[in-house]
Write a protein that binds this ligand. Structure first.
Ligand SMILES: Nc1nc2c(c(=O)[nH]1)N(C=O)[C@@H](CNc1ccc(C(=O)N[C@@H](CCC(=O)O)C(=O)O)cc1)CN2
Ligand SMILES: Nc1nc2c(ncn2[C@@H]2O[C@H](COP(=O)(O)OP(=O)(O)OP(=O)(O)O)[C@@H](O)[C@H]2O)c(=O)[nH]1
Ligand SMILES: [Mg+2]
Length: 458
């Protein structure tokens, strides 16, 4: 940190506008050196945060664009440092020349996420907000956008911060007790502590319970498409993604390896996994494929169990349904090839109260795809959420889980009449975990990992 960084902040592709961005002590000077306002005065002579029209020059002094420039002095900027922007025409050639002109002024190329990392290190954002920036850029559904935007505004950080503050207040009680280590914790103090710990435990449990839904929102739902060979799995994948992604033939056992593609259905982001048809086989390659089909079911939030009713539903179909119901979180039965005559009614095995939803469709004509969408929407209701207050990634869930365990352990120690320092160290462990969650106390390798997932220029 400390030096001045620059990057192209927009995609390196043709577009209406392309932005060069700088941050650091030399940001305004370097921008000023490559950009001359039309009014004649240098950029610094204008007030910060204004957009100033002028000409951008390459390192040899050739004019290369008519652009807008702006700068913001730290600490009231995105990064907390002096920042500047050159808003050019969206030409990769212009942006490259402009960036090289900035390098000639002694600034260096920014790494992935380096602007946001500086914002974090300068206390402009906490870690959950920084993660939200990346989630917002990666969002693929409107609910993922709402979730990330809520988190960016600090909703999760505030929720975690409230527990952190309550536990910090609690430690004040220990200071009084720890000064007189031989005395027991007096009953009044013990009761206050118990109240605070049980409130923290309740809130952390509630927070941890948001993880399933949050992960689903941000990362999508792994959705395994399974069934006997030739059931129509790859044809359904192709129909859902809208192009011929997977090979389809009338030869059973066409798909060997799993194929993954994303699609949005019923407001849910599905990570579709087309699998090899499940059957007993001696063919080595096919057998490995069948193993992968079973593995795909294990991690699936949704299994689409495909059955072609035209030859009759078989014991093989029902065995696959059983596997899906025990391995995947949710199941939809899909009866395929409804455009063909003579499909047999599914019969008793697919009726009854606890039977999963059954949809009949044709990948060939598209008939029934809407019913599938409705069935998905029914299984993943889009209720009113506490947008931005959900845990959405493994890092957050691990930290919250660690905090919860430590609080539970502190409570147990208190109830057992353990000495104050034993309880105190549990509370400190909880504070440490919550601090890691929001970034108050976080190790550098963790932040490295988080920011490496960002774009250059963000
Ligand atoms: N052109 C442009 N668009 C952009 C950004 C940018 O840097 N440049 N952003 C960036 O990536 C995002 C906007 N985020 C921003 C967040 C904070 C501040 C900022 O200056 N904050 C100050 C002052 C706030 C205020 O005026 O009240 C602060 O927090 O103190 C700027 C942008 C998205 N769009
Ligand atoms: N008429 C009709 N034929 C279909 C439909 N869906 C699939 N088929 C045909 O059924 C055969 C098998 O389709 P696939 O999609 O390859 O089946 P699969 O389940 O992926 O098969 P494996 O990969 O071998 O397990 C092909 O000949 C498809 O053209 C459909 O909706 N209507
Ligand atoms: Mg296939």
């Amino acid at each position: 940190m400390g030096d001045t960084i620059a990057a192209v902040a927009t995609p390196m592709a043709r577009g209406a506008i392309g932005i060069l961005r700088l941050s650091g002590p030399e940001a305004v000077r370097a921008a000023s050196a490559v950009f001359r306002p039309a009014g004649g005065r240098p950029l610094e002579a204008y007030e910060g945060r204004r957009l100033v029209y002028g000409t951008l020059y390459d390192r040899e002094g050739h004019p290369i664009d008519q652009a807008l420039a702006t700068y913001t002095r730290g600490p009231g900027s995105y990064t907390g440092e002096d920042t500047a922007e050159l808003q050019c025409h969206g030409s990769p050639a212009v942006l490259t020349l402009g960036l090289e002109a900035l390098f000639a002024q002694g600034v260096r190329q920014a790494g992935p996420g380096e602007f946001t990392r500086r914002a974090f290190l300068n206390g402009r954002l906490d870690l959950t907000q920084a993660e939200a920036v990346a989630d917002l850029i990666d969002a693929e559904t409107s609910s993922a956008v709402r979730q990330a935007a809520g988190q960016l505004s600090g909703a999760l950080g505030r929720r975690v911060g409230a527990v952190y503050d309550a536990l910090t207040d609690l430690t004040a009680h220990f200071c009084a007790v720890l000064d007189y280590p031989d005395e027991d914790i007096d009953p009044f103090r013990a009761e206050t502590m118990e109240e605070a710990l049980s409130a923290a435990q309740k809130e952390l449990s509630a927070l941890l319970a948001t993880y399933g839904r949050g992960r689903q929102l941000v990362q999508g739902v792994p959705c395994a498409i399974v069934g006997r060979p030739n059931a129509g799995k790859s044809s359904l994948l192709n129909a859902l993604v809208g192009y011929d992604r997977a090979i389809v033939t009338d030869i059973p056992g066409t798909t060997r390896d799993t194929i993954e593609e994303k699609c949005r259905m019923g407001g849910v982001l599905l990570r579709l996994i087309d699998t090899a048809g499940i059957r007993d086989t001696t063919d080595t390659v096919e057998r490995l494929g069948v193993e992968r089909s079973r593995a795909a079911l294990e991690g699936a939030g949704l299994a689409l169990v495909l059955m072609d009713p035209h030859g009759g539903i078989t014991g093989g179909d029902l065995a696959i349904l059983d596997q899906a119901r025990s391995a995947a979180e949710k199941v939809i039965v899909v009866l395929t090839k409804s455009d063909l005559p003579g499909g047999e009614a599914p019969g008793l095995a697919l009726e009854g109260e606890d039977c999963p939803p059954v949809v009949s469709l044709s990948a060939r004509t598209g008939a029934g795809l809407e019913q599938l969408e409705q069935a998905v929407a029914g299984l993943f209701p889009q209720g009113e959420e506490n947008w931005g207050e959900l845990l959405t990634n493994a890092r957050q869930a691990e930290a919250a889980g660690r905090a919860l365990e430590a609080v539970a352990s502190a409570r147990a120690a208190l109830a057992a009449g353990m000495p104050a320092d034993a309880i105190f160290s549990d509370v400190e462990a909880a504070l440490d975990a919550l601090g890691a969650l929001t970034g108050r106390s976080v190790q550098e390798d963790v932040t490295d990992r988080i920011f490496s997932r960002f774009c250059v220029g963000k």
